[in-house]
Design a binder for this molecule. Structure first.
Ligand code: ZN
Length: 449
């Protein structure tokens, strides 16, 4: 199975791609001007920020960046397209031949370009008497289009690809949290020989669902010995199915011509000057490499928060990866939201001395956990352990029974009790005070000496 995606994501600029209208217009047709309404004589001007964001994405996705680019008019008629053409990039995308790795697999990126969005059509009225209303607030909103090679091998992988890509782009260009529902894609999928394109699916969930439906449909046809027709289909969101679409345009039908009002842009220099910052999943891979973390653990730390990952790196540098891992994946992850709410950017600084004390043995794990509870504004967990005494006693007796060698050692070396203290701490996850635990263990050991 082969799946390729053409992904459209709105670039989070304040103004539109070719005019200074706001991208945040609320009321219908409130954010428009002669340029985005395509009045004769109006001339587009390129939004530099949108161009930079596009180049950052192309660079981040390891594309070869074009030295010089220009824009093209893609001509077609539709009521949402006031000018009767959409300004896009045809011969000269921002970048080509990149790749992005998901789940250890490298997925090719054919090209990346920027373009303007058309308006929105809303249908109203009863069937048969429908009218179409057009809102041009979206006309001219900047989009980036990312075209992948048909390297994806399942609907699940396509979704994981998009999900990981969005995590990185959120950090890279500041996408909003709604991007999972607003991302749009055209997907081409071939289960057998012939390729079918599904146009205009909205949101990650629907993209995966539409592809799953298409896998089933094509597989059934093949199993029945039938042929799959090469065609364009549309996704029916309510039914979760795909239907043949009347749309039959091919690229050559669009009659691309160069956009004479914008000129050319030498982006090579710009691209070399732009620095791509480290992104969350790239950071997770680095933590995995540098500290021997499991891939899922590294992701957990980085995706909990960027600052938690900072704290992890501080702890690892000072006390070693093992201490950093235990504490960051355990209590620090589960307390992080409260710690940040109460202490903001200072949360890490407050935590480090506690981990230092437990690392040097000045306090026990349980004490450190209690102090973290207090720091996070929680009730110290020890107060909430029910029927504590009896449970603890049973556990201690069982462990001492299980380790006669410790009892033997203990005669000459009282420190042998630490082994059992550690076991109890691990099994009870620090629910008991360290002094209570060590007293009870010593008492039990004394009985048997
Ligand atoms: Zn405008």
């Amino acid at each position: 199975m082969k799946i390729g995606l053409e992904i459209h994501i709105q670039l989070p600029t304040r103004t539109k791609l070719f005019c200074s209208c706001s991208t945040a217009g609320d009321e219908v047709n409130s954010s428009v001007c002669p340029i985005c309404l395509g009045f004769p004589g109006s001339r587009p001007m390129l939004n530099r920020r949108a161009l930079e964001m596009g180049i950052s994405i192309a660079k981040f996705l390891n594309c070869t960046i074009s030295e010089r680019v220009w824009f093209s008019r893609k001509t077609y008629f539709y009521p949402d397209l006031v000018k009767n053409f959409q300004i896009t990039q045809y011969e000269t995308p921002l970048g080509r031949d990149g790749h992005f790795t998901v789940g250890g697999r490298r997925i090719g990126i054919w090209e990346i370009h920027i373009e303007e969005d058309p308006g929105r059509i809303k249908r109203a009225g009863r069937a048969g008497e429908e009218i179409a209303l057009v809102d041009y607030n979206r006309s001219g909103v900047p989009l980036v289009e990312i075209v992948t090679a048909p390297d994806l091998t399942s609907p699940e992988e396509a979704r994981a690809f998009l999900s990981d890509l969005l995590i990185e782009l959120r950090h890279l260009i500041g996408l909003s949290a709604q991007d999972e529902t607003t991302v749009r894609a055209d997907a081409n999928i071939s289960v057998g020989e012939e390729r079918v394109e599904i146009k205009n699916i909205n949101g990650l969930k629907n993209i995966e669902r539409g592809l799953k439906f298409e896998v089933k449909r094509q597989s059934k046809l093949l199993a029945a010995g039938k042929k799959i027709t090469r065609e364009t289909r549309r996704y029916d969101e309510e039914r979760g199915t795909t239907l043949p679409s009347r749309e039959k345009e091919f690229e050559e039908d669009y009659g691309y011509i160069g956009e004479p009002d914008l000129g050319t842009f030498n982006i090579g220099q710009m691209a070399r000057a732009l620095e791509v910052p480290e992104t969350p999943l790239a950071r997770a891979s680095r933590l995995e490499r540098e500290h021997g973390l499991a891939s899922s653990s590294a992701r957990q730390i980085v995706l909990t928060s960027w600052e938690l990952a900072d704290l992890f790196e501080t702890l690892a540098a000072r006390f070693g990866a093992e201490t950093a891992t235990t504490w960051t994946l355990g209590p620090l992850s589960s307390h992080w939201k409260e710690l940040q709410e109460r202490h903001g950017d200072g949360a890490g600084e407050k935590v480090v001395p506690i981990i230092e004390e437990v690392h040097t043995g000045a306090i026990t794990d349980a004490e450190a956990r209690m102090r973290l509870d207090v720091l996070a504004g929680r009730e110290a967990v020890i107060a909430t352990a029910p029927t504590a005494q009896g449970d603890l006693e049973q556990l201690v007796v069982r462990l001492v029974d299980e380790h006669p060698e410790v009892v033997k050692d203990y005669r000459n070396n009282p420190r042998a009790a630490n082994f059992l203290i550690g076991q109890v701490m691990k099994e009870t996850q620090g629910r008991y005070a360290s002094k209570e635990v060590s007293d009870m263990i010593r008492k039990e050991l004394e009985k048997r000496v």
